[in-house]
Ligand binder design. Sequence first.
Ligand SMILES: [Zn+2]
Length: 248
Amino acid sequence: MEYTKALADLIEEFNKFPGVGPKSAQRMAFALLKKSNEQNQRFLEVARRAKNEIKQCSVCFNLSSDDICEICTDTKRQDNLICVVEEVKDLIAIEKTKEFRGKYHVLGGLISPLDGISSADLNVEALLERIKSYFNNLNAEGLSGADIQGLHSSKNLSLLNVNDNFENKHNAEDQPLKDPLELVFAISPSTEGEATMLFLKKMIGKLDHSDQIIMSRLAYGLPLGADLDYADELTIVKALEARVSLVI
Ligand SMILES: [Zn+2]
């Protein structure tokens, strides 16, 4: 027996959601049919309202009910520290730690030639423009910007492994960078993630003031509380590469 057209269409629509396979789509469709008309009406109304009222922040592409999101308008957050993430859910994961006090930039995906996703499909141009405006604003307003020493000692960066880029660049010049901007790539270490980070690094390196930009990435490592023999080989290799010295 085949489903009626209306039910088959409903299952197909649920099946289009990420992570929802045919079986789950079928369960969701039947669950919806069991609900009262009022309950279904409410479900449709909530979905419609969310779609109408939630928009993308015009600065960082976070989801927001206003043109510019709460994070971008928060004056207590550092303008010179931008965490670049793949999706809004990654931003939320970092926000939950309550440790990061910079701002964000949501790429909206990762470069993936196999899936036909190029940098033009992501919010890359907007990031480059944002970096340019950061320095233009500094020049226009004659601000001194943040002191790298303050940035370095900031507790807010305690969960981020900024050491390599930070120390090398800082020590090499032996004096604080003027008006530095730090970009933290909090992107998954997949093939697509690596390709995206390399691309961004190259594009950012070509910008004016690139000598005042510090790029860092989250450290790879073992999950806290996990047994070593449960970790996959790549995680162990990356954890070894990102090892930290013990202070005696
Ligand atoms: Zn924003």
